[in-house]
Design a protein around this ligand. Structure first.
Ligand code: ZN
Length: 496
């Protein structure tokens, strides 16, 4: 190193590895030496250990929870390592819950929770570091998990979370006469595969009655499953868990200022149409982190804080970019650049309904929800040639309808991307409508040829309108050759 430096200096200045060179390098070393630092309490520290810890704390603060890191609350968007680690660990817990045959699950079960599930396992003081980490991460899963009811035998009414869309996803009706550990299966009539409506109405508060009776039951009586409420597919993802942890933190630490307006403010800054370095400049400006004369004077770097341009006022952040007369003209220029005309967004390509191949039929399906009357409509149309739960149900009814009509080769077309993708990829087992998807899969084996495709709503207008029309009709309506007057133009538009 020394030799290289001397060579460098020799090339430039004709110097060699001499005594003079060593003196100069040492002198430089001394000049760059940090003699002391101001700590967070504003006190000057000179001993080496304290200086080291001040530097260490400074950088740790940047990366950990004490600083807001999410961009919308004034951070720079750094991942908070601790929360991210919890989210990664939660993924392991999710795997343990869903792979009960794995060696890892069997070992932990035998050791720590032989009589219950991992969700009810108690923390053990003799547990390994790995087990303790899993117990911590289990709380992450608990915060956002919800049971998907199959038979209801594994889910307890009072203790477990099983109400999709309910407050906290658990039951808040008081249920005074109910003993603990009563299962949800006691609310289901297993012969009819339907909710015992009167029992539910007697026991629960009206809004919970609505949620419970809205839970779809499958005739196959599948097992109860745990699903993750933060993703539409119901599958756990590390990023959704991380976002959940950050949002919990933000809502828990919300100070006196209005968090929504703060979010709006920061989002508008991060969306400015300027290069990244300008956005970071604005971030530093808002955090008073620019080397303005006031800041430099406070650190004893310049003798006076007054503005070098107008000499009238101290140069703080606001003065430097806004109030000072010279800065004002630059600011005007910047604002003008911001008001340039926006290029109008390109209209989405128009899609048109297409008839199926000659040897099979096409069935379009859609669902509509009438929130006021808590009823829903399902539209199915068979032609030759999110409410995801309901979309899935509409698809199931479409398949049942097709089988009743004796159709064997068919394309099902729907405008719910979530349902169609889940059917195509064999995923969605964890969605709240996972059981319905499985029903559709079971039914679809009865067809000779079956395909599921996704179309935009404009290509699905007939089924869409049929579903909306269900508000007028009660029960199922079937038209075989003629069509209702208001549907006819849509059918014609599809064909031409
Ligand atoms: Zn000035």
């Amino acid at each position: 190193m020394w030799k290289q430096r001397s060579r460098n200096a020799w090339l430039k200045e004709g110097d060699s590895n001499s005594r003079f060179f060593h003196c100069r390098a040492n002198q430089r070393n001394r000049r760059n030496f940090i003699a002391g630092l101001e700590d967070s309490d504003g006190e000057w520290r000179e001993d080496e250990g304290r200086i080291g810890s001040i530097i260490e704390n400074y950088f740790r603060d940047i990366y950990t929870t004490s600083n807001p890191s999410a961009k919308e609350v004034g951070g720079l968007g750094f991942k908070e390592i601790e929360k991210f680690n919890d989210a990664l660990l939660a993924k392991q817990v999710w795997r343990l819950i869903n792979n009960t045959d794995s060696l890892c699950h069997r070992v932990f079960k035998a050791r720590f929770f032989p009589d219950c599930s991992i969700l009810d396992a108690k923390d053990s003081s003799s547990g390994s570091y790995a087990w303790k980490s899993i117990i911590v991460a289990r709380d992450v899963i608990r915060k956002c998990m919800v049971w998907c009811i199959g038979t209801g035998e594994a889910v307890r009414i009072k203790e477990d979370r099983w109400l999709h869309g309910g407050a906290n996803r658990s039951v808040i009706s008081p249920l005074p006469s109910m003993a603990p550990n009563v299962n949800v299966s006691s609310l289901i009539d297993s012969d009819r595969i339907a909710w015992r409506t009167e029992v539910v109405q007697q026991l629960f508060l009206p809004h919970e009655v609505e949620i419970i009776l809205g839970i779809l039951l499958s005739a196959r009586r599948p097992d109860d499953r745990i699903i993750w409420a933060r993703t539409p597919s119901g599958t756990f993802t590390t990023s959704s868990a991380y976002k959940m942890l950050v949002s919990y933190d933000i809502s828990n630490n919300a100070g006196s200022s209005n968090p929504d307006s703060q979010k709006k403010f920061w989002n508008s800054i991060w969306q400015l149409r300027v290069p990244n370095k300008i956005r970071h400049f604005v971030w530093r400006l808002c955090n008073n982190a620019l080397p303005t004369l006031v800041n430099l004077h406070r650190r004893h770097i310049v003798p006076s804080p007054s503005c070098a341009q107008c000499h009238n006022f101290p140069e703080d952040s606001l003065h430097a970019v806004c109030i000072c007369s010279k800065a004002g003209s630059y600011l005007q220029e910047f604002l003008q650049a911001q008001t340039k005309e926006l290029v109008p967004p390109r209209p989405p390509p128009l899609q048109q309904w297409r008839p199926p191949d000659p040897h099979c039929l096409k069935i379009n399906f859609d669902a509509a929800v009438f929130r006021r009357s808590s009823l829903a409509g399902i539209g199915v149309v068979v032609r030759n040639c999110v409410v995801e739960d309901l979309e899935a149900l509409a698809c199931l009814k479409a398949a049942q309808f097709a089988l009743e009509l004796g159709i064997t080769r068919v394309v099902f077309e729907g405008d719910s991307a979530v349902v169609i993708n889940a059917l195509l990829q064999g995923a969605g087992a964890f969605a709240s409508f996972g059981n319905i998807l499985d029903d559709i899969r079971v039914l679809s084996t009865a067809f000779q040829l079956v395909d599921f495709t996704f179309v935009s709503r404009c290509c699905n207008s007939v089924a869409d309108t049929l579903a909306k029309n269900a508000k007028i009709f009660v029960g199922a309506q079937v038209w075989l050759h003629d069509v209702p007057a208001d549907i006819a133009p849509l059918v014609l538009r599809d064909v031409h």
